[in-house]
Design a protein around this ligand. Structure first.
Ligand code: APR
Length: 231
């Protein structure tokens, strides 16, 4: 931990890559592991364009469930610490950027400003005028143009918004410290962000309750062993 503190103290540009684990203590289920099921389906099997084409009501119902879950949740100490870190370092002329795979908006709720939500936002509908959508029995929704509305999230097999990806690339290319928080690091392209940064010789610190495959590819702070490991 002492080594990490030293790196942290001198870092001028920190990128924090986060995943579902950062919201776990707020009560939002993660995607993999025990919480990753909705009814009998795996989240990954519903978050696809194919699942939506096959059964849009079911996919809407799944996202409706996740929205309901998230609406009742509050940012936890992790989200708040990340937001406070950005504000505090910002006052010192240092930069913190958060690249999150989460669609729950808890980073935003906690006060993080410099935020890239690379997998979209599940509550985008709330930002649309009501005249542009209407509810249908079964949870499906139709846009004013007559097409089916879909959640504004990136599904498996889909590309990320190139503009957001480009912005993430800029942050990753410039950072001098990278924190990987609560992600299994198995979903691309997010899974390659930390290894890319590490390949430039930039230290990467992983905060997770279990070992992930990505950790072996970067120099990292391992929360369980509390040391910085060389690559
Ligand atoms: N603190 C830190 N890490 C935690 C905690 C915690 N309290 N609880 C769980 N974790 C870790 C788990 O050990 C796991 O490595 O968080 C990680 C969660 O992994 P996933 O469920 O795979 O979530 P994530 O990495 O965000 O998934 C990536 O996959 O399904 C898609 O689009 C979805 O954005 C998601 C993407």
């Amino acid at each position: 931990m002492a080594d990490f503190r030293k790196l942290f103290a001198k870092a001028k540009h920190i990128v924090i890559i986060s995943g579902a684990g950062v919201s776990a203590e707020s009560g939002v289920p993660t995607f993999r592991g025990a919480g990753g099921y909705w009814r009998k389906w795996k989240a990954q099997d519903l978050a696809t364009p194919q699942a939506f084409a096959r059964n849009p009501s079911q996919v809407w119902e799944f996202y409706h469930y996740r929205r309901e879950v998230v609406q009742s949740k509050e940012p936890n100490a992790g989200h708040l610490a990340i937001a406070e870190c950005e504000a505090r370092l910002g006052r010192q002329g240092r930069r913190v950027a958060v690249i999150t795979q989460n669609i729950d908006e808890l980073h935003r709720k906690a006060g993080t400003k410099n935020l890239l939500e690379i997998h979209g936002l599940q509550n985008l509908k709330l930002k649309m005028p009501e005249s542009q959508w209407r509810n249908f029995p079964g949870g499906c929704e139709e846009a004013a143009c007559g097409g089916l509305l879909r959640p504004h999230v990136v599904w498996f097999g889909e590309n990320l918004d190139p503009a957001i990806l480009e912005e993430a690339g800029r942050e990753l290319a410039l950072c001098d410290l990278c924190l990987v928080v609560g992600t299994s690091s198995v979903v691309y392209p997010a899974a390659m962000f930390a290894p890319q940064v590490s390949a430039r010789g930039v230290p990467v610190a992983e905060f997770n309750i279990e070992a992930t495959p990505a950790a072996s590819t970067f120099s990292c702070f391992d929360g369980r062993k509390e040391s910085i490991k060389p690559r």
